[in-house]
Structures are given as structure tokens and as C-alpha cells.
Write a protein that binds this ligand. Sequence first.
Ligand SMILES: [Zn+2]
Length: 499
Amino acid sequence: MNILKMAVISFLLCNVLPALSQSMSAQEIIEEAAEAMGGLDRIMNVDSLVMTGFSQTLGLGGSASPHPKSPKKWTSQNDITRSFNLNSMQALQTHRQGFLYPFALAFGHAWNPSSQIQQGVSVLNHPLTALRAALASDTELGAISIEDDNIVIEFTLGGGETLWLGINQFNKLPAWSRWIGPSPTLGELTYTSWFTGYSPFGEVRLPSGINTEIDWRESVVTEFHVDGYELDAVLPAFEIEAGMSFDGGDILDVEVTQVAEQVWDLRLVTENPTVETNGAGIVEFEDHLLMFEAYGSEANTIALIEAANNLVPGKQVTEVVVSHHHFDHSGGLRTAVSLGLTIISKRENEALFREMVSRPAPNFPDALALNPQPLKFIPVDEHLVLEDANQRVDVYEVVGHMHMTDAVFAYVPDEQVLMQGDMFVIEWDWHWWGDNYIDSIEHFDLNPVIDIPVHGVVSSFDEVINNIDSQVTAAREFCTRNESIGIYMAGCQVKYTRD
Ligand SMILES: [Zn+2]
């Protein structure tokens, strides 16, 4: 075949398919997809669907390094039952979850059952629910476009949320559904759930795989492997067994403790008890305050900054040290930047932090979307001195902590106060890298007496060391226990040299 013929054929292929879709209305294209799945009537008359299987999910930013190619930390969900009530458009998912990487809290490796009720957009990551939502009487169908092999239909739910459904032009089956959601660290995210490996289940064709990806670093955040479906099954009661949570609900108060001369600890007091308590260290300089960590969320960070700004008349927080890139620890980064604060962190975090603050969030405007500011960033390599006539704070790189390889901690030499995130947490059950704390202070020849953590409570240096020791012992026992029943866990054997 000559080149001209090939060019003519590819021209026809590229142009015939869009022409087909243009001759059909959005409603007709969706109805055709319903036919391909088993018939419009059948699709509209399914009352319930129970999907079972297993999945892996990605906690965003959980890799040891902020580098886009850094190995990712996955969480596994087994024994999943996802029960859809297609009339109320709700789903109940129950599963047993475990982390596939060494985690410091026992619940992460317990495989305890937990459940959640999903509703609204969060149930539309399945072709049956997405099609039903697109066909609902209060849904408005919008623009038709083409993306690769798929015809894309925009649709807006009665509640106002806009989604997109991609329909494969060749087999007419739904290829994916897409929606937008908020993200504390990335402003907002566009999610696309891909439906693959369709197979007949009774009279309806359903996918065996559902992969959800986001528009950030081409990350796949959920890989769902279906191992069975039941149509029109009797549904369980939609009651939840909540797992352990890091979300404490509303902030009630910020507890202020003066730890040393010109050094304070701030702790968030929240509605519900959580796995760990969170806070920040504050250090007074001649004309400003330095904060250690903008933790968790916009609400957390604003509460901490407001409390700090009331400590010393005329002095405001202008700088914040971000210990490492993990998305809980950088959860207030966008907020801090929106307030004009300078960010101090390991040099390797700068590229990721620029990604975070440069993302627009027009659908879910946060503080930064409402008040866009440039990132002011001071990089730390091994050591950075922050000093004026009144105060000195040293910012150092964390040594030998495989939980977070591009991390910093801060030290107030005059007061022997160390401020850190995730080097040690008193509430942890297990420490997998217990050497890092002492390695870090020995490396830089420091002599701390007080520890201000991001998670936990202010502790003496002796308490820190004793607790690390018992957490390492507990981690080793956990490894031994698992090995005795034939399971070998990630993180075992525990690396620790200071027995
Ligand atoms: Zn972390």
C-alpha cells in the first residue's frame, strides 16, 4: 500500500467516526450504550447490584520521595462487597483493608472490616450507575465530543454536578465516567474511572475492571478487580462500621502552651478523638513568627496561624517550615501560600510544591484559588540557619528515615527544642526506622531536651528515646508473630541498631 492510500484511509477513519456521532443526539448515544449493556428497559429496571472483588488504592503523596518516579505506597482492600441501591443511588462498601508498606499504627495492618456509605457523584464510577444517572429525568445532557476511541457526553445532575461519560465507538459500551472533586493539596482533581473487560452477567454486560486515574502525574488511584456480580440481590442494611480516622471533625479550640522562652506549642482540639493529635511549633523572631508545619487542611492551618498571631502583639507568622511532602503534612501548603507566607523545606520538595500551588480550582475554590499568590520558597540542603538579633533556628535535613527521604526538622539551639514531623510520634504502635531520630541529632551534634511534634504531644528527649525503643520492640514482635503464621510483612525485619 502506498503512502497516499494510507493517508486517505486514515483521513476517512478519523473523520467518519465523529460524523456518526454528530448525526445522533446525546440521548440516542446513551440509549445505544444501554442497549449494548443489555437493553434500555433491563438497565432501567435493575433495582440493585452487588459487586464483589478486591482493590488497591493509592494514598496521594505517600511515596518516600516527592519525585514523580518515586515508588508508590499502595493500600489493599480485600473481601470487598459494594452494594448499590440503584433507585436511591447509594452504595454501601464493606472491605478489609491493609497497608502494603510498613505503617506505624496497628490498624493499618489489622485487616479489620470497615464500611462506608457512598452517594452522589461517588457512586457514579460504575457504568450502570453512570448510565442511569445520565438517563435520569432531572439530568441535563450537554455537549458531545470525541476523545480517542470514545464519544464523550457531558451531563449535569439535578444537584448541579457536571460529569462526563465516554462511550466506546466500536462496541458502544461505556468506556469511562469522569467527574471533578476537591483536593486540599492539589486544589481540585479530575477523576476518570475506566471500565474494562466487560462480560455478560445474566442479561447485563458489566466490567471486570475499574481503574480510576486522576489528572495529576497520570496517577492511578484505585484498581478495582471484580470477582463477581449479583443483579437484583437483596441488599444489606446501609449501616456503617467506621474504621480508624484521621479526621477529627470540627476544630473546637487551639491549646497554647509556652514550651520555652519565645517558643510555643499549639495543639488542635477537635470534636472527635482521632488516631493522633496534631499541632505546630511557633518560634518568635525580632519582627515575625516562624511556624513549624502547615498541617492537614485549610481549616487546621488557618486555626493555627490565627492562634499564633495572637501570641505576641505586633508579630505575625510570616514563614512556615514544611517537614516533608506527605499530603497530610503539606495539607495547609496552599492556605499558607494564599496568606503570603514563605515556605521553607527540603530543596527536593520545591518542584512538587510548585505543582500544588499552581493548580487552579475553579469548581471548588479554596483560599489559594480565591487569592492566588506565588510560591515563596527557601530551599534547605543539609542545613539552613534562620537568624536575627533576637533568635536563631537551625533547619536540618532528616537523616536515614525511609518513611520520608526528603524531610527537614528544626532546632532552637538556645532552648534545646527540636521540632519535627513523623520522626517520632508518641501515639505510634510501631517504629520501623527508630534510628532516624538519634542519627539526625548525632549527625548535626545537637542536644535536644524538648520535642515538639506535629503529631502527638510535647515530650522530653528521654520520653522520645524510651518510646522509640518500645515501638521498635513492638514492631519486631509484630514481624515475629506474622512470620510464625507464614506471613512475611513489608518492613520486616525492623532496621534498628541501638539496642
Ligand atoms: Zn509522613
